[in-house]
Design a protein around this ligand. Sequence first.
Ligand code: GAL
Length: 386
Amino acid sequence: MGYNTWNFYHCNIDENAVKAVADAMSSNGMKEAGYEYVNIDDCWMVDRLPDGSIQPDPVRFPSGMKAVADYVHSKGLKFGVYTAQRSRTCQNRSGAYQHEEIDAATYCDWGVDYLKIDLCKGTGWNHANTSWILFQKGFEKCFKETGRYIVKSVETCREPTGCGQWIAGVADLWRTTPDVQATWQSVMANIHSQNNMASIARPGHFNDPDMLQIGNVGLSATEQIAHMSLWCIAGAPLLVGTDLVHASRTTLALLSNPEVIAINQDLGLDGAIQGVIVSSSNSTEVWRKRLADGRSVGVVLLNLGEEEATVTASWSDIGIIGHAMVRDLWARRDLREAQGSFAASVPSHGAVFVKIAPTVGRTDAGGTGGGGDAWTSADGDAALWV
Ligand code: GAL
């Protein structure tokens, strides 16, 4: 969980902006909610010095990257930077090709905690994983010397039976998608392409559908609830891609709901951290994540359609039996006990996100066969915006 500069700042990034993000994150509740990395994306570097070492932009980062890292660390946060495995980054800055060893040593020296390794332009290695293996070697050395683990986020792996076989051995997270945009189509396309990669994800090794667009112009409030709910149930990395320094209360509420985040962070039954689609019909879907406690499940009822719709999670689809308490995670309150199924009325492009926990020793309390009338999320939404 953390922040990435790309979606909001693009190349308009400098040390003051990074410090401002760190200040915001450490004082607006985001750090307490679990967001810890402040990651600079493309454009922080210019070229290389004659000794081959990477040179931060001297105008935008006059204090140097070690000072920026120190500042982020002083806020109790972690610090990340970006590179590309080819000779040029996507914004045509110096990439890492054939400089992995010296770059790994530099990042270790600066106190970097996270490296995003893009693919991008120019010359590259013949094998997709060569650059990552070289960085991994350098980072293992760093770990031995400093005890600091450097997370490797790489682009790209989209094939469960191809790179999916070995990617977790050389990366902590890997992009599975094109660049996300703040549109409903983009957000839905990215999360849906995660589904067939689910079995590869394990604690510490994540499929990455790209950054959160919460707070960005282009998604309605309802769509943002669906977006956050899906990233959480799919165990996706939660990297914020909005203006956190001026974020509204609504944006912060959407990003930092502890019960919603708890499903994202739950290690999953037997380490299956990524929830999947368990049923779909026309324009609705039910997503389910089995939780590590071995009995309860996180469930997202999603409406992709243009009209309000009733979406039903049947116990057989989500894999539970008997009576169960249904808790609205956004509103943070128990709704009712149900049996057999739970149905909710979901707005167009919206989602209802619940935790369903079988109740032990109860046989007839509240719920009716079939789950009763469809619950409507209006009350829950009111609670969210408080
Ligand atoms: C893209 C990458 C984006 C961002 C951008 C920077 O290739 O997918 O997430 O890092 O490059 O140029």
